[in-house]
Every structure is written in structure tokens, then in C-alpha cells.
Design a protein around this ligand. Structure first.
Ligand code: G1P
Length: 298
């Protein structure tokens, strides 16, 4: 069982401006909760006990979110709001939270390198702080990945999902050794290839398991033309060294909600709101009414 996870949340969120001008994109709400809360809940449900957030400037609200707030606690207690008190008691998750800062925006690889002391000699999970897996974070992919990591003595396991060919340029794309089954060995990876150069349409989906070997690889990666150290390039080096790099496909119900741009953010919000146990039904009627009105107007 792997107990440590690293959640990089240092990205600037420029594709979601102005919403992210002074707040982290990971704190944008999807229905009732901020994105990063779903990520933490998923990790804990998959056996993780300690989480390191790799943060940057303007990210203190993430720390505040998981912290105890005595004033709010007092106000909710006085108003006898037991449900909310319970929901906001993150101690119940029984996870420990750690924070460190990436000093300069030098890419995802560099952010993961900030976790070297935290990980020590142990394998660890990486979960991107802007991706939710499955409706209400129901995914158990990380548990499957951890099992594969141990059974196959892998150096890295990556969650992947199919994307339309024209979208390969937005993701790291993997090349399977044989036909892509639910779990397969990867022989090559390319970060954000144009459709003609993509070795498949299987994209890296924001969850990884690593052995600490990855840190040496990251140190050897040359920055790309934007000065960023790409994590994908470090994984590619593992492949080149003959290390075992595996992929686990996300099941249909583990679909990734990628909150990296407005269309997918809007879609995620609406889908989670429709599934809300209290307000979902009412919201469905509102949406139907709005759609009918829009149809008449067009
Ligand atoms: C990062 C990774 C990429 C991966 C993607 C998933 O890219 O570099 O390989 O497919 O996350 O969201 P970013 O979205 O940070 O540009």
C-alpha cells in the first residue's frame, strides 16, 4: 500500500483568467466543493495517509481550506449546524497535510522534484490538483495502479484515457508496447504531440505512481523551449533505461474532469450539480427551463 501522495498545485491557471486572478484554479468550486477537496477525498479513499501540496504564490487559500477555522467552528456550533460541522471536519479524513513551495514556474517535473525529501526512499502517488476522476471522485484507479506497481515491480504507473485525435496536442501521449489492454507496458511517451506525431490517442490522465528513481531522471531532463522541465520527459528517460513503465486505463465511470479550461470546467460543474443529492433534481428543472427558453430564442 502506498501511503504518500504529492499534489502539484503551483500552476498559474492562465487559461481560466479572470476567475483565477487572485485565487488558485484548484479552489474553484465544482458544485459544492473546491476541486482540490475532491482530489484529496479520492486519494484518502485509495489508502493515502499523507499529502504534500506543491504550491506557489497566491495558493494560501488551499492551506486555509484544510485547516481548522475556530471562528467558523464556533458560529456553526452555536447555530447547531451539525451536518456542516461534520462536513468541514477534515480531521475525519485522517490524512496529514504538508506544504512546500515551487519557487519558480519551471514546469511539472520541477514541481515534483520539490517532493524529494517528502518521498524519501518510498514510492509515492502524484495526483494533479486540477483533475477529478469520476463523478464525485469515485475512482479507485490509484489503488489499481498501486497494485500493478507492486506486482509488476514497475518504476512508474500512469493512468491513461482515450482522447479524440485532434486533442493529443493538449496532453502527454503514451505508446503501448502491444495492443492497448486495460493495463499495458509503455515504450515511449511524447508531451503534447501534434496529431500527426502522436503514437496513440491514449493521454496521461493526471494520476501517476512513481519510484523515487524519478527524481534522478527529472534532474537530467533539459528544459523545453518555454524553460519548463516536463515530467513526461523524465518518464521517457525511465523507458529509455529499460525500466518498467506501465499504464492503467481509466474505466468509463472514472472519466476525468479536467478543470484546465472553461468548456470542461462548465461541463464538470453542471454534471456535478445535476448529481447533487439535495439540489440535483431542482437544478435539472432549471436547466430544462433555460434550455427550452434558449431554443425558442434561437
Ligand atoms: C500535464 C502533463 C500532461 C498530462 C496533463 C493532464 O499537462 O504535462 O502530460 O497529460 O497534465 O492534465 P498540463 O495540463 O499541466 O499542461
Amino acid at each position: 500500500m502506498i501511503k504518500s501522495a504529492v499534489v502539484p498545485v503551483a500552476g498559474q491557471g492562465t487559461r481560466l483568467l479572470p476567475a483565477t486572478k487572485s485565487q488558485p484554479k484548484e479552489m474553484l468550486p465544482v458544485a459544492r466543493k473546491p476541486i482540490v477537496q475532491y482530489v484529496v477525498e479520492e486519494l484518502v479513499a485509495n489508502g493515502v495517509e499523507q499529502v504534500l501540496f506543491v504550491t506557489g504564490r497566491n495558493k494560501t487559500s488551499i492551506e486555509n481550506h484544510f485547516d481548522h477555522d475556530p471562528e467558523l467552528f464556533r458560529a456553526l456550533s452555536q447555530a447547531n449546524k451539525q451536518d456542516l460541522l461534520q462536513e468541514l471536519d477534515f480531521r475525519a479524513l485522517q490524512a496529514k497535510f504538508f506544504y512546500t513551495r515551487q519557487r519558480l514556474p519551471k514546469g511539472l517535473g520541477d514541481a515534483i522534484l520539490c517532493a524529494e525529501n517528502f518521498a524519501g526512499e518510498q514510492p509515492f502517488v502524484v495526483a494533479l490538483g486540477d483533475s477529478i476522476l469520476g463523478l464525485h471522485a469515485c475512482s479507485r484507479a490509484v489503488s489499481r495502479m498501486t497494485e500493478i506497481f507492486e506486482e509488476r515491480r514497475a518504476s512508474c504507473v500512469i493512468a491513461v484515457e482515450e482522447v479524440p485525435p485532434e486533442e493529443t496536442r493538449h496532453y502527454g501521449i503514451v505508446q503501448p508496447e502491444n495492443g492497448p489492454e486495460d493495463c499495458f507496458r509503455i515504450v515511449n511517451l511524447i508531451e503534447k504531440p501534434e496529431p500527426g506525431r502522436a503514437p496513440s490517442n491514449l493521454a496521461i490522465a493526471g494520476r501517476y505512481v512513481f519510484s523515487p528513481l524519478i527524481f534522478d531522471m527529472i534532474r537530467r531532463v533539459q528544459p523545453d523551449k518555454r524553460g519548463e522541465i516536463q515530467l513526461t520527459d523524465a518518464i521517457q528517460m525511465l523507458c529509455e533505461e529499460g525500466r518498467r513503465v506501465m499504464a492503467v486505463r481509466l474505466a468509463a465511470e472514472e472519466k476525468r474532469y479536467d478543470i484546465g479550461n472553461f468548456p470542461s470546467y462548465f461541463e464538470s460543474f453542471v454534471e456535478f450539480a445535476l448529481a447533487d443529492p439535495v439540489y440535483g433534481q431542482e437544478f435539472r428543472h432549471v436547466l430544462e427551463r433555460l434550455l427550452a427558453k434558449a431554443a425558442v430564442a434561437s
